[in-house]
Write a protein of this length. Structure first.
Length: 228
């Protein structure tokens, strides 16, 4: 008996009526979340987009959002004074940045100047000057795109409709994500949406973090072996 024949009705009920994310359902019945999405598609159930996140939440969901916010944003309003490593200017940073960082800068320009060559934390005899974490590779981006069905999370536009590969957005805006303790949260979006995320960053970071943590249990990319 196939997973669809055995659990099809249960999957639809959990996803549509109980509004449970596909990763959670997959864990409940012991399969991969992509299989859940395929079964839902066969049964004519549309995949939830970020716009569905705006519905009126139940008390349980609101409590979950509140708890998630409390954990994620704890300490982010507090500021600690440090000095720019390049020019010595006094600047302020939140505790989480202090915990994971060793050097701090007052501007991107000063950071780029200081971290050229041997001063760069990922220095490897000059093999790469990429500003992103070295683990944020093309292969990793493909795993993110595959997880989300190669559709823009915000608009639902497919890569075919977009005319090119979707951009992979860092929800935390931290380019060192994957190389530090920042939660690795990513979504594929159109170029237009990727540009829009540069406005009101704190709002989008909180909004998308909640969306991924609540609906997808913090999962947003496929394991490496799943796309080999």
């Amino acid at each position: 008996m196939t997973i669809e024949n055995k659990y099809g009705d249960y999957i639809v009920k959990r996803y549509v009526e109980d509004r449970v994310g596909s990763p959670t359902i997959a864990k409940e019945i012991g399969c991969h979340h992509v299989s859940i999405l395929e079964i839902l598609e066969k049964r004519g159930v549309s995949r939830r987009s970020s716009s569905d996140y705006k519905h009126k939440h139940s008390k349980e969901t609101r409590e979950k959002i509140s708890k998630n916010n409390a954990c994620y944003w704890k300490g982010r309003t507090k500021r600690i004074k440090v000095n720019c490593e390049y020019c010595g200017k006094e600047i302020e940073r939140v505790p989480s940045e202090i915990k994971r960082g060793k050097y701090f800068f007052c501007s991107r320009e000063h950071k780029d100047i200081y971290q050229k060559g041997e001063n760069h934390p990922n220095w490897n005899n000059g093999s790469s000057f990429e500003p992103y974490c070295i683990l944020f590779s093309n292969e990793f981006k493909e795993r993110v795109r595959e997880f989300w069905g190669r559709k823009c999370v915000m608009s639902g536009i497919t890569e075919e409709e977009h005319g090119s590969k979707l951009s992979v957005h860092h929800v935390s805006y931290d380019k060192e994500t994957c190389c530090n303790i920042t939660p690795p949260l990513f979504i594929p979006v159109t170029k237009g949406w990727n540009a829009k995320f540069n406005e009101n960053r704190e709002y989008w970071e909180e909004y998308l973090t909640n969306y991924i943590m609540i609906w997808f249990d913090g999962e947003c990319y496929l394991p490496k072996e799943d796309i080999l």
